[in-house]
Design a binder for this molecule. Structure first.
Ligand SMILES: Nc1nc2c(ncn2[C@@H]2O[C@H](COP(=O)(O)OP(=O)(O)OP(=O)(O)O)[C@@H](O)[C@H]2O)c(=O)[nH]1
Ligand SMILES: [Mg+2]
Length: 328
């Protein structure tokens, strides 16, 4: 089958060949991808473009040895996991950051207000999750840096505005992600190890539910996406859905909390050991002290076991809320 590529594709290809820097190459490749029609005959080409994009993005993510000064797009991760807010201009990302974390974010009625990523910390029960606000996803000047930030995150929170046509907004956002080789993963979906795409766990959020017609828009957004992706309705102004969203982030990050106790003493529930789902007793011990994973003989378990104080080995997979008493 012939690919039948339009002139815009060849124009972008010419730019790609002439590009001097990685961001220029990425921009040209993105144009080539946009100009490539989607049908069977272009499957191979689109896969090839995606893997070229993935390689360039990996180059971009490498730490630079030259240059100094503040680099607001390279953020250190903090807390039990990192989630990044993404969306079109004015969708309410900065207001969500402010309401969920208390971070001072600039909120304004004009588009492209946010110019640099800004982090804050969401508390979900006894766990801190880093949440990062970002410039609008279609801001051309930001895109290469923004997408390289998204590449290393644990979770994407995709925001669509319920005061306008939210389904269309979300579709536009997904199309932008698709052009950059990103695919969002729904609950329980595993990334394809051999795929050329960047696949990220994601939550969809309908924001500004308090706006006129907001509930109607929410119904449509849910009908369009909830069968594949986790979807939450919020109003930052009216404090609706914010706790649900925090819980959703915790669950989507795939985290479990484990507590420790000393023999004959009660467990402390203040500072959990936070692990990814599937971790075992040995991982929990090793996260407290690097020698413990090796020295551990057995552990007693309260929680997910058959009975309280059950003796378990290092391979036992822990569940959220388990209490462990290590014996070295
Ligand atoms: N009705 C209503 N309006 C909101 C809510 N949250 C934000 N807004 C308004 O929506 C506008 C945009 O909010 P921002 O948080 O700045 O949006 P943003 O997505 O960060 O915008 P950019 O940084 O430009 O991409 C502002 O006028 C906010 O006051 C909400 O929960 N309800
Ligand atoms: Mg903003």
């Amino acid at each position: 089958m012939s690919a039948n590529l339009p002139p815009a594709y060849f124009e972008a290809d010419r730019k790609f060949r002439g590009a001097k820097s990685v961001p220029e190459k990425i921009a040209a490749l993105q144009e080539m991808t946009s100009a490539t029609p989607k049908h069977k005959g272009t499957d191979h080409l689109r896969a090839e473009l995606r893997s070229r994009m993935a390689r360039l993005m990996a180059d971009l993510a490498k730490p630079k040895t030259t240059g100094s000064g503040p680099q607001p797009f390279s953020l250190g991760k903090e807390g039990a996991g990192q989630a990044i807010l993404i969306g079109l201009p004015n969708s309410g990302k900065s207001q969500l950051l402010a309401s969920l974390t208390g971070a001072a974010a600039k909120v304004a009625a004009y588009p492209f207000t946010t110019q640099v990523p800004q982090p804050g910390m969401v508390r979900y029960q006894n766990v801190g999750i880093q949440l990062v606000d970002t410039p609008a996803i279609n801001d051309q000047d930001m895109q290469t840096r923004l997408f390289s930030l998204l590449r290393n995150t644990d979770l994407l929170v995709a925001v669509a505005d319920l005061s306008v046509d939210a389904v269309r907004q979300m579709e536009e956002l997904l199309a932008e992600l698709d052009r950059w080789g990103y695919r969002l993963l729904g609950p329980g979906e595993e990334p394809d190890q051999h795929g050329s795409r960047v696949e990220k766990p994601a939550l969809l959020v309908g924001s500004k539910a308090d706006a006129p017609g907001g509930l109607d828009q929410w119904g449509r957004l849910e009908a369009a996406f909830a069968s594949r992706l986790d979807t939450t309705m919020v109003s930052a102004w009216e404090d609706v859905g914010l706790d649900d969203l925090s819980e959703g982030m915790f669950l989507a990050l795939g985290l479990v909390r484990v507590y420790t106790k000393a023999p004959g003493q009660a467990a402390s529930y203040e500072s959990p050991i936070v692990l990814t789902r599937g971790s075992n007793v040995q991982d929990a011990a090793a996260s407290l002290h690097k020698d413990w994973g090796r020295k551990l003989k057995y552990s007693l378990l309260w929680g997910s076991g058959k009975f309280d104080g059950q003796r378990v080995g290092r391979d036992y997979v822990v569940s959220d809320g388990d209490v462990l008493e290590f014996h070295l």
